[in-house]
Ligand binder design. Structure first.
Ligand code: VGL
Ligand code: ZN
Length: 207
């Protein structure tokens, strides 16, 4: 059994002062820092868009939250966020990044969004995460980060489908909640797919 902590998109633009603010998004850094030393391996994803990415509302002079079709796939439009090498794309300050042994960038293709850490939304291209996890022989994934209703959801669903024993540490994730019940719906979808939704206590051995 090889356990890997997968840290999803803990980046400045998803903190409350960022371009695509996730309520309370920065508050998970403390618990993630405590979790990291408990694992055999720690990897992270970064949302990593080129300027003018096809998910940005500004490209079409539309408003964030509107829907378009992007190369045949339904796409919610977002504010410009996580532009490659910008401050917004950096890890949130305070994250103990020295524990992170592998970083995967996703969303770099302007033509398609990539919520999952494994594949783009059209499942046409891989990110390299699966190959890395095979290299280190990991069979159990513990997923934390931002946001529960997008990148956590898609990463966790792919992880189960790929055959990993998959845990989502709920209190180490936060949701965008465009609709107030999006977090709850995402957690239900993940649980139904076979993910175990757990509390960090379960890993940190606290009661
Ligand atoms: C995300 C929306 C757009 C996420 C990334 O990390 O959950 N959400 N890009
Ligand atoms: Zn994005």
């Amino acid at each position: 059994m090889t356990q890997t902590l997968v840290i999803v998109d803990v980046q400045n633009d998803f903190s409350p002062s960022g371009a695509l603010p996730v309520p309370d998004g920065d508050s998970i850094v403390t618990v993630i820092n405590r979790l990291m030393p408990c694992f055999d391996h720690v990897v992270a994803t970064q949302d990593w868009h080129p300027a003018g990415h096809g998910s940005f509302a500004s490209v079409y002079h539309l408003s964030p939250g509107e829907m378009i079709e992007l190369n045949g796939i339904q796409q919610i439009l977002w504010p410009d966020h996580c532009v490659q090498s910008s401050w917004g794309a950096e890890f949130i300050p305070g994250l103990a990044t020295h524990h992170i042994e592998y970083i995967v960038h996703k969303g770099s293709n302007p033509e398609v969004d990539s919520y999952s850490g494994f594949f783009d939304n059209g499942k046409r291209q891989t990110t390299g995460l699966l190959d890395y996890l095979k290299t280190i022989d990991s069979d159990e994934l513990y997923i934390v980060g931002l946001a529960t209703d997008y990148c956590i959801l898609f990463t966790a669903l792919d992880a189960v489908e790929l055959g990993f024993k998959t845990y989502v540490i709920q209190d180490a994730c936060r949701a965008v909640n465009l609709d107030p019940d999006d977090e709850e719906k995402a957690l239900a979808k993940m649980a139904n797919a076979g993910c175990k939704i757990i509390h960090s206590r379960y890993v940190l051995n606290e009661s």
